[in-house]
Ligand binder design. Structure first.
Ligand code: NAD
Ligand code: GLY
Length: 372
């Protein structure tokens, strides 16, 4: 028996809304084991997936649920960020109502962060709230978006500006799903693993540096299990302490204010994946931290070396930059963390440690944006 025959079990400690995170291999084939107890005697679920993930992984999930006598109705939405929209949510909720979901229906979100955010939002508003399970199939979703209860869609005004905090009943992270994930997507998700180490765990960062990171990107199951567990533990602890981002949850946004501005400037397109933007953004956040005297140039150099070794971009030239610094700052002022237009950043206070800095003057940021 390997450690992965039995899934690793973590918990997000949110009182009567606490839920388990299961991480392991072959979980879809056994999904009924963990989902049946959530059904309170019912035998039907609705699984929502996207047009890439459905053909690859829905049959395994359906088989795993059938083995426990559960029937599955499925809804497939077009793959891609476009589904996280007013049109996308309206179409999905209308379809759920056509399927006659009621307050006891359980929804399953089988897919990456787009499906998780969309289905979580739909679950939170349909019948004023139905239960849902996150079954993340990208590395990004397994280490970040499936945990913590942020749901939502994008609108004309920007990304993720409409949504709810709505926790799932269970997160089922089957590492086998990652075998079909394109390597660029795997690298992009890996950036969030690095982020969790930079903000709170220097030892784990050293493990990534010493070959762990390369193994994760190569798809080594044991390395993936360790890294996904570490990220979920880190995020679960922060969410349990600050579910609605009144304080320390903001640390999870390390690299995101800079990164988000680059995503906006590149039109949230395939030119720059989210994790790639976070990688560049983390280096810029490190530059800011060094310039504010909060961390050493040696720490910055370690981060740059590791991201580079893992094939992640570290400066704006990777996505057609440098861009106009004034435009980047304008994007940053629209960030959800900005208060009254003031710039707020998560800074690194030495590898493995971080803090939120409010009221950072534009003059401290512009030089960082000018250099590539
Ligand atoms: P995604 O869901 O669009 O998935 C990326 C691509 O991979 C898609 O084309 C998808 O169809 C495909 N795919 C998914 N699983 C696959 C698999 N196993 N094999 C082959 N292809 C697969 O994107 P993502 O990177 O997972 O998530 C990005 C979204 O997550 C963004 O909308 C972002 O805003 C959101 N997000 C949310 C949170 C949160 O806390 N809620 C955190 C971070 C990101
Ligand atoms: N991805 C940041 C958060 O969930 O808070």
């Amino acid at each position: 028996m390997t450690i992965l025959d039995e899934p690793v079990r973590l918990s997000v400690a949110l009182g009567d809304r606490a839920y388990p995170i299961l991480i392991g291999s072959g979980l879809l084939e056994r999904a009924g084991t963990w989902i049946a107890p959530l059904l309170k005697g019912r035998t039907r679920v609705v699984a929502i997936t996207d047009s890439n993930v459905g053909p690859l992984h829905l049959p395994r999930l359906v088989a795993g649920l059938s083995a426990s006598g559960i029937t599955v109705e499925s809804v497939t939405v077009p793959a891609g960020e476009g589904s996280k929209s007013w049109d996308g949510i309206a179409t999905l909720v209308d379809r759920l109502l056509e399927l006659r979901v009621d307050r006891g229906t359980l929804l399953l979100a089988l897919g990456g962060g787009v499906i998780g955010d969309l289905v979580g939002f739909a679950a939170s508003i349909t019948m004023r709230g139905v239960d849902f399970v996150q079954i993340p199939t990208t590395l990004l979703a397994q280490v970040d978006s499936s945990v913590g209860g942020k749901t939502g869609i994008n609108t004309k005004a920007g990304k993720n500006l409409v949504g709810t905090f709505y926790q799932p009943r269970l997160v089922l992270a089957d590492l086998d799903c990652l075998a079909t994930l394109p390597v660029r997507e795997r690298r992009s998700g890996y950036a969030e693993i690095v982020k969790h180490c930079v903000i709170s765990d220097a030892d784990m960062f050293a493990w990534l540096e010493s070959g762990g990171g390369q193994a994760v990107i190569a798809g080594d199951t044991a390395a993936l299990a360790l890294a996904v567990k570490h990220s979920c533990e880190t995020k679960a602890a922060i969410v349990a302490a600050d579910e609605r981002e009144g304080g320390q949850r903001a640390l999870l946004n390390f690299g995101h204010t800079f990164g988000h501005a680059l995503e906006a400037e590149t039109g949230f397109s395939d030119r720059l994946y989210h994790g790639e933007a976070v990688a560049i953004g983390m280096v810029q956040a490190m530059d800011l931290s060094v310039s504010l005297g909060l961390c050493s140039a040696a720490d910055r150099a370690r981060l740059v070396a590791h991201l580079t070794a893992c094939g992640l971009p570290v400066d704006q030239s990777a996505c057609g930059g440098p861009f106009d610094p004034a435009r980047l700052v304008a994007h940053m002022r629209l960030d959800k963390k900005a208060k009254a237009g003031e710039l707020t950043f998560v800074v690194c206070t030495g590898l493995g440690s971080s803090a939120v800095r409010d009221g950072v003057p534009e003059a401290s940021v512009l030089p960082i944006l000018t250099v590539r």
